[in-house]
Design a binder for this molecule. Structure first.
Ligand code: NAD
Ligand code: LMR
Length: 332
């Protein structure tokens, strides 16, 4: 069997509880790969991970490797092939008597976590490590982490796959088709209410989803805000941030990165802009991505953008620029 080292922060959190079994079940990395899992938590919580490890052992998967728990990020990410940065504070919880609802609060609280984690990853994870940031604000946390890592051979992503899955589900429902007939679902920009879940370039059985649905009023006034605000709607309904669907999207992202992308399709994640589509270099921006046969990740070029798309992409770009400005002291 092959062997892979996977580090997960926030190992005792809600998302991790759904995520961890699927990382060691053979589903994500293949039945021929044994997964050594390092669970990383803050010191106050790390003991609880012993219980999580017991449950993972009790799942009885053949692909289960060495399972460890630590509150030392450097120990956790050493020689990691994949690092899933889930640990951070979600919206909706109360800290020092104040309910954390604004992204600016999250930026301050969570941004700081990613400097030390990024530094440890840059120094100690494998040179070809892949890093997926799930913790919010995911794009700007990834920006901070990637800058602190300062290791250009490693590949950083921020998660927008949940947004893509949400967008596909809504378009499929409206068009009365199976979700599997939807391809090329692009989330442009930020994992935030400014994201642009592109219905024009998404396809249903090879044809533009917007053309198939043929209802611009619904697309602009219903579909778009629904997908953009779905995270908040789940928090309001559930009293907690989405967890099972977020874990599922993290698994989808890892699989998409590990496997060749078929022509006519893409996967959604945010990576550092190389200037494609006029997005300022370095911003962690949601693009249409493809995994080549060589395993290299590239931004798919030549996607046509109408004026509506351009206006939406401008808004999300400006938001990410202002987030970058707000954390400038953490990325210098
Ligand atoms: P949670 O509160 O249940 O768990 C978070 C865990 O992270 C906690 O156990 C906490 O102790 C741990 N943690 C905090 N700081 C840490 C650190 N420095 N190192 C290691 N662990 C640390 O939250 P959750 O529901 O699992 O959500 C986690 C994050 O994911 C939140 O920021 C949430 O907003 C975000 N999220 C992102 C998406 C997305 O699509 N990108 C979707 C859903 C949730
Ligand atoms: C989500 O999209 O479900 C999360 O990012 C929750 C949030 O804070 O918006």
């Amino acid at each position: 069997m092959k062997e892979i080292n996977v580090a997960v922060t926030g190992g005792a959190g809600q998302i991790a509880y759904s995520l961890l079994p699927r990382l060691i079940s053979g589903e994500t990395f293949g039945s021929d790969t044994r997964v050594n899992l390092r669970l990383i938590e803050i010191p106050q919580v790390v003991e609880k991970l012993e219980g999580t490890i017991m449950e993972l052992i009790d799942c009885g998967f053949d692909q289960t490797g060495i399972l460890t728990a630590t509150s030392d990020i450097r120990e956790g990410v050493k020689d990691a092939d994949w690092v899933l940065l889930v640990g951070s504070i979600p919206r909706g919880i109360v800290i020092d008597g104040k309910k954390i609802e604004e992204r600016s609060d999250l930026l301050k609280i969570n941004g700081g976590i990613f400097t030390d984690q990024g530094k440890a990853i840059g120094e100690l994870a494998k040179q070809n490590a892949k890093i997926l940031v799930v913790g919010n604000p995911a794009n700007t946390n990834a920006l901070i982490g990637m800058n602190s890592a300062n290791n250009s051979s490693q590949q950083w992503f921020a998660m927008t796959a949940l947004d893509a899955n949400r967008a596909k589900a809504q378009l499929a429902q409206k068009a009365s088709v199976d979700i599997s007939s939807l391809k090329n679902m692009i989330i442009w920009g930020n994992h935030s209410p400014t994201m642009y879940p592109d219905p024009y370039n998404a396809t249903i059985n090879g044809k533009s989803a917007a053309e198939v649905i043929d209802d611009n009023t619904w697309l602009e006034n219903d579909y778009l805000p629904l997908v953009q605000q779905r995270g908040k709607a789940v928090i309001d309904a559930r009293g907690a941030s989405s967890a099972a669907s977020a874990a599922n999207a993290a698994i989808d992202t890892v699989k998409a990165v590990e496997n060749y992308t078929e022509p006519g399709d893409c996967f959604s994640a945010a990576i550092a802009s190389d200037g494609s589509y006029g997005v300022p270099k370095g911003l962690i921006f949601g693009f249409p991505l493809r995994t080549r046969e060589s395993g290299e990740i590239e931004i798919i070029q030549g996607i046509e953008l109408n004026d509506f798309a351009k206006s939406k992409i401008k808004i999300t770009t400006e938001e990410l620029e202002s987030e970058r400005e707000a954390v400038s002291d953490l990325i210098s």
